[in-house]
Ligand binder design. Structure first.
Ligand code: NAP
Length: 198
């Protein structure tokens, strides 16, 4: 299984650190190109490989960690059909930091329309980047990651990655169920839940 992260800022960087911590190979792409990510690679090690966008799109699992508004810019970078995409984006109106007006639709539904054929799982989008970056294994328990998808097999595969990164997945059902709670402005936004060891 190959993994990539598109977006190398606060969220992409936090996720890349978790891959590096476990020496799990991951490709990472940004807007400015791989040369701009050399410092990140030096800091995190060889498991994090900067690539161009076209290469990142070829991974089996692609994590979206770029602005929601920039998702259309990556649509033509490759073939999304059947690709597992974990959508960590949030649709925000930055004029007043409120949920963007999506005409009653859910942000991951729009991402799904924008990347035709992609199997979308909403995930890694509720925690502030600084919290996501922390070790998921704490004295109090394991940090949890919410996942929602209309494709249960895709959700299960995303859950396997979440577990591999040492977080605990919590499945919330379909995008119009869990996605509602998970997306920006939803009840689960920002809350960091720990699963206590039994
Ligand atoms: N920050 C948080 O606490 C937080 C929490 C939950 C969810 N989120 C969501 O996660 C996403 C990323 O947020 P962030 O805070 O990590 O943003 P950020 O720090 O501004 O980083 C954004 C990254 O996206 C890249 N990018 C922008 N347009 C691109 C394009 N067309 N193709 C490829 N890469 C592109 C940028 O590339 P360059 O570096 O080359 O400019 C940058 O690496 C957003 O949707 C945000 O709403 C953020």
């Amino acid at each position: 299984m190959t993994y990539s992260i598109i977006g190398a800022g606060a969220i992409g960087g936090a996720l890349a650190r978790h891959f590096a911590r476990l020496d799990l190979p991951v490709l990472i792409a940004n807007a400015r190109g791989p040369e701009a990510l050399r410092d990140m690679q030096e800091a995190l090690g060889a498991s994090v490989q900067p690539v161009d966008l076209q290469t990142a799109v070829q991974a089996d699992v692609v994590i979206l960690a770029l602005p929601f508004a920039a998702v259309p810019e990556i649509a033509a970078a490759g073939d999304w059909n059947g690709r597992l995409v974990i959508d960590a984006t949030n649709a925000i109106d930055f004029s007043d930091f409120t949920p963007a007006d999506l005409g009653g639709r859910f942000s991951s539904q729009i991402v799904a329309e924008t990347l035709p054929g992609a199997r979308i799982v909403k995930g890694f989008n509720t925690l502030p980047a600084a919290v996501l970056a922390r070790d998921p294994v704490t004295a109090g328990g394991r940090r949890t990651i919410f996942l929602s998808s209309d494709d249960q097999d895709a959700a299960a595969r995303a859950g396997a990655l979440v577990k591999q990164l040492q977080f605990e997945p919590i499945f919330l059902g379909r995008i119009d169920e869990g996605g509602r709670l998970q997306q920006f402005g939803g009840a689960l936004m920002v809350h960091s839940l720990l699963l206590e060891a039994a």
